[in-house]
Design a protein around this ligand. Structure first.
Ligand code: PRP
Ligand code: URA
Length: 209
């Protein structure tokens, strides 16, 4: 079964409190989403494997540690996931970036696919799928299925706010995928919105409503 890690870092919690506020406008919302993504990236990469290499400092030879094994890629789920990319890249600037386009049909709440462009060597990379919201779990589960259909195996999922319903759906559909969560909320309302949540993340990032 996958790991579910709810991050309790005080800076993450403080900033999530700010993005929940209805008076937070798009400019601040965008900046905060990136800052939270950066802090979450720091925590979520804690388990990456290291190896030792010999280098030469200006003083002498030394054994230092460097990241071992697979290179990384970030895959935001469009649109709202885009808001997290810059923050992730701030910490892992060499990561490649893929994109998956999905939107949730407002009536059926089912995910509708419209785009997928991944780095060519994605199957050899460790992938971080990012989306600020995990509500029913339909979008993230479908995005990860799309990745697996293209041969990707090492997948992590990172979201800022999750509902228990979405966590359950992800664990049932993709028990091999670890889930990193900024805050685990109470439930979904009758329209499939997370309660208390923050409203529509895409609209708040891009100012479309
Ligand atoms: C939002 C959010 C997730 C999805 C979560 O996207 O960014 O992708 O809903 O809901 P789910 O877990 O029930 O699938 P939305 O469909 O609003 O698209 P957008 O990012 O283009 O606004
Ligand atoms: N998508 C959002 O942007 N917000 C929610 O609360 C649920 C799905």
């Amino acid at each position: 079964m996958s790991k579910v890690i709810v991050m309790d870092h005080p800076l993450i919690q403080h900033k999530i409190g700010l993005i929940r506020r209805e008076e937070t406008g798009s400019k601040d919302f965008r900046a905060l989403i990136n800052e939270i993504a950066m802090l979450m990236c720091y925590e979520a990469t804690r388990d990456l494997k290291l190896t030792e290499v010999e280098i030469k400092t200006p003083i002498c030879n030394a054994i230092v540690k460097e990241l071992k094994g697979k290179k990384l890629a970030i895959v935001p789920i469009l649109r709202a996931g885009l808001g997290m990319v810059e923050g992730m890249l701030a910490l892992i600037p060499a990561a490649k970036v893929g994109h998956i386009g999905l939107y949730r049909d407002p009536e059926t709440l089912q995910p509708v696919e419209y785009y997928c462009k991944l780095p060519e060597d994605s199957a050899e990379r460790e992938i971080f799928v990012v989306d600020p919201m995990l509500a029913t779990g339909g979008s993230s589960a479908a995005a990860i299925t799309m990745l697996k259909e293209r041969g990707v195996k090492n997948i992590h999922f990172m979201c800022i706010i999750a509902a228990p319903e979405g966590v359950k759906k992800m664990q049932e559909t993709h028990p091999d995928v670890d889930i990193y969560i900024g805050a685990l909320d109470s439930h979904l309302n009758e329209h499939g919105y997370i309660v208390p949540g923050l409203g529509d993340a895409g609209d708040r990032i891009f100012g479309t409503k």
